[in-house]
Design a protein around this ligand. Structure first.
Ligand code: OAD
Length: 230
C-alpha cells in the first residue's frame, strides 16, 4: 500500500500561473478591501460588487494554466497516496491531474443558494449575476467560505492530516485559521516540508524542512528528496 502524503497549499502555489497571492498585494485583493468582498456583511451591503469580484477572478482562473508546482503534486501520486488540502478556490490542482483535492475555502466554479447551503451548483461559464436563482427561487452566491463563516471541510481535512506519513505545506502564509492549524494534526515523527520563498511564521517547528524557493523549483526538490527515500 502506498504511504499517505498530505499537503496544505495556498495562494503561492498558483502565483507562478499568474494568480496574485493575497498578502503580497498590500492587504488589498485586486484593489478591494477584504471586508467588502469576502464577508457575509460585504455581501449584504453590495451583492453586485461581490459577484463581480468573483466573476473577474473566475474569468482569470479559466485563462491561466497549472505550473510545475501543481504538476509535481500530481506526479507524486505515482509513489504516494496523495491528498491535497488547498485554501485556493481555483481548480489548478485538478487541472494538473491531482485526483484528491479538498477545497477548504470553497470553489470559484460552484454557486450555492443563499437560503440553503446544501444547494450547490457548478458554474459553467464565468459569470454569476444578481437574479440568478436556486431551484427554490433564492439568489445564488459563490460557494466560497468567507471570513466569519464556518469551514465545513476542516474536520475531514484534520482527520486526513492525522493519517499523513509525509506532510507538505506549499505557498501559504499560514495566517488564516483554521487552515493554518492543520499541521497541528500531523503526527510528530512525520517528515514535514515547507515550500515558500518567504519563511511563514510558525511557532513550533522543530523537525520541519524549509525549502525557501518558489513552488516550481521547490516542489521539484521535495520530489527528489522523497523519491530518493522511497
Ligand atoms: P497568502 O497571500 O497569505 O500567502 C501566500 C504565500 O505564498 C506567502 O507565504 C508567499 O511567500 C508565498 N509565495 C509567493 N509566491 C510564491 C511562489 N511562487 N511559490 C510558493 N510560494 C509563494 O495566501 P494564503 O496563505 O493562501 O481565504 O491565504 C490564506 C487565505 O487567506 C486564503 O485562502 C483566503 C485569504 O484570506 C479566503 O478567501 C477565506
Amino acid at each position: 500500500m502506498k504511504r499517505k502524503l498530505v499537503a496544505l497549499t495556498g495562494a503561492g502555489i498558483s502565483a507562478e500561473s499568474g494568480i496574485p497571492t493575497f498578502r503580497d498585494s498590500g492587504g488589498l485583493w485586486e484593489g478591494h478591501r477584504v471586508e467588502d468582498v469576502a464577508t457575509p456583511e460585504g455581501w449584504m451591503r453590495n451583492p453586485g460588487l461581490v459577484l463581480d469580484f468573483y466573476n473577474q477572478r473566475r474569468k482569470r482562473a479559466r485563462e491561466v494554466e497549472p505550473n510545475r508546482g501543481h504538476y509535481v503534486f500530481a506526479e507524486l501520486e505515482e509513489y504516494f497516496d496523495v491528498t491535497i488540502v488547498t485554501q485556493n478556490v481555483d481548480n489548478l490542482h485538478e487541472r494538473a491531474g491531482s485526483s484528491k483535492v479538498i477545497h477548504l475555502h470553497g470553489s470559484l466554479f460552484e454557486s450555492r443558494s443563499t437560503m440553503d447551503e446544501l444547494l450547490v451548483y457548478s458554474i459553467e461559464g464565468w459569470e454569476l449575476k444578481v437574479g440568478d436563482l436556486c431551484e427554490k427561487g433564492f439568489q445564488l452566491r459563490p460557494n466560497i467560505v468567507w471570513f466569519g463563516e464556518m469551514v465545513p471541510m476542516m474536520e475531514v481535512a484534520a482527520e486526513i492530516a492525522g493519517e499523513a506519513d509525509v506532510f507538505i505545506v506549499a505557498g501559504t502564509s499560514m495566517v488564516v485559521y483554521p487552515a493554518a492549524g492543520l499541521i497541528g494534526y500531523v503526527r510528530r515523527e512525520v517528515p514535514k516540508f515547507i515550500v515558500d520563498p518567504n519563511k511563514p511564521q510558525l511557532s513550533d517547528a522543530p523537525d520541519i524542512q524549509f525549502i525557501t524557493e518558489k513552488a516550481s523549483t521547490g516542489m521539484e526538490k521535495v520530489k527528489k528528496i522523497l523519491i530518493a527515500d522511497y
